[in-house]
Design a protein around this ligand. Structure first.
Ligand SMILES: NC(=O)c1ccc[n+]([C@@H]2O[C@H](COP(=O)([O-])OP(=O)(O)OC[C@H]3O[C@@H](n4cnc5c(N)ncnc54)[C@H](OP(=O)(O)O)[C@@H]3O)[C@@H](O)[C@H]2O)c1
Length: 203
């Protein structure tokens, strides 16, 4: 699949490298331009293309891996078009730990805001509930880590679940952005929750 990744921090870099290793064509963008993308990722591959944000957003599926405070900059021009999938990995930090400040959305939720900023995309929330160092920490072969998924479009959720599975996790699709997306958000009951399942049961 042709996959976009916007952001080359812990989340974007990890996902881009894993996706390339799994044979996908991956277009990666950050705020500093193509050369800095290549430097940030530290790998070169014919399947990896340092790109602009619009190019990454034109892929069949794009991971949004920028700070919450930058989401509007990235999606300011409307986000992906024509029902392309946007995977929202963001958490609503105004500043990261140890001086964490969480945005007060006054009853709204981050993923629903993302969906409104990208009205022509099918938004799926995933990969946000654990620190990446924990999410990708080695596990015994007999276990898989659960990745929660929320979204309003069943085929888009299924596509993301398939990618999650391919990356070695056990996908658990929980429902809509309004309900499940909120539960996955910071301070929600699924945020920080690490679940493991026997790999055979997950297969
Ligand atoms: N880190 C984790 O363990 C973790 C786990 C789950 C969810 N999350 C969430 O996932 C998101 C990414 O986390 P992270 O730790 O990878 O963040 P990060 O280290 O702060 O990296 C963010 C990336 O976004 C890029 N960026 C910022 N503004 C941009 C713009 N306008 N256009 C294009 N790229 C832009 C930055 O580009 P430059 O490199 O050019 O500055 C940087 O590469 C955050 O919302 C975070 O809350 C993080």
């Amino acid at each position: 699949m042709k996959i976009g990744v916007i952001g080359t921090g812990a989340v974007g870099k990890t996902l881009a490298i894993k996706l390339v290793a799994n044979g996908h064509q991956v277009l990666v963008a950050n705020s500093r331009g193509r050369e800095e993308v290549a430097d940030s990722l530290g790998i070169s591959s014919s399947r990896l293309t340092p790109s602009s944000t619009p190019e990454a957003l034109s892929c069949e599926l794009t991971f949004l891996t920028v700070p919450w405070t930058k989401v509007r900059d990235v999606l300011g021009h409307g986000g992906p078009q024509d029902g392309r999938i946007l995977v929202d990995t963001t958490n609503i930090f105004l500043s990261y730990p140890p001086d964490a400040q969480i945005d007060d959305l006054k009853g709204d939720s981050g993923s629903e805001i993302v969906a409104r900023l990208a009205p022509a995309a099918r938004v799926v929330k995933a990969f946000n509930t654990l620190p990446f160092a924990r999410m990708f920490a080695p596990l015994h072969d007999c276990m898989k880590r659960v990745i929660f998924i929320a979204g309003d479009d069943a085929p888009a959720v299924a596509t993301v679940a398939s990618l999650v599975n391919e990356l070695g996790f056990h996908p658990v699709s929980l429902g809509s952005l309004a309900q499940a997306g909120r539960q996955m958000e910071l301070a929600g009951p699924l945020s920080g929750l690490e679940l493991l399942t026997p790999a055979q049961a997950a297969a």
